[in-house]
Design a protein. Sequence first.
Length: 272
Amino acid sequence: MTTSEARRYQNLRAHLGYLKLNDAADALNTVLDAARHEHLSLTAALERLLEIEVEATEARRLTSRLRFACLPAPWTLTDFDFAAQPGVDEKLVRDLATLRFLDDASNVLFVGPPGVGKTMLATALARGAAEAGARVYFTTAADLAARCHKAALEGRWNTCMRFFAGPRLLVIDELGYLPLPGDGASALFQVINQRYLKSSTILTTNVGIADWAGAFGDATVAAAMLDRLLHRAAVVGIDGPSYRLRSHQRAADTLRAAAGHRAGQTGPSHAS
């Protein structure tokens, strides 16, 4: 490398650092070597260098989106066993996984008894949305109500509403599992109303839609909430065996089999 080439190389690294293209700067030597050995054109070398920076930037942004999303587990749709849960409309779920429902601010309601995979499916859709570049946030209904109640007491109600209105996809999990505080149903309605026709909400619940009025103790609020949720919505009813109970049963069967095997190995021996 001549003196002028060395100076040009150092200037290039300095420019990349100044522009905060740190991953491209780190990869510069590798790309220059590849350009020389593979006889890459200037355009191809620049493309490869910038591709490295773009991929690193996208990885950092995805990490940030997932951190903000607060998903309960790293589930994806491949983790869900449709064959073991025949109560799920697989075709509908896979259509939802295309995320087309985000484009027209539609909602998704997963309705069914505990343990059938509602949270796993909601989380898988939410992760897919985050990976596609959407801002996502996951909360339980009880936590949302508690957060809104605290914000009201502290004079931060509008700030709280803006927070829940912000994500392109909001997941509200476990509606109906725990009783909401006195103003919980009203707070939930306010959040849904803020998002109505603007952004999508996924909601999981063990309460059938016909029973919402009784479950939330206010028929008017329940009707208004359902009116907004169902205006543009896909309702996925799940009626099947519990994932958790099936997992516990498999674990118990494994333990029994292991215990039986040990008992057979250590049983009384008979002298000849």
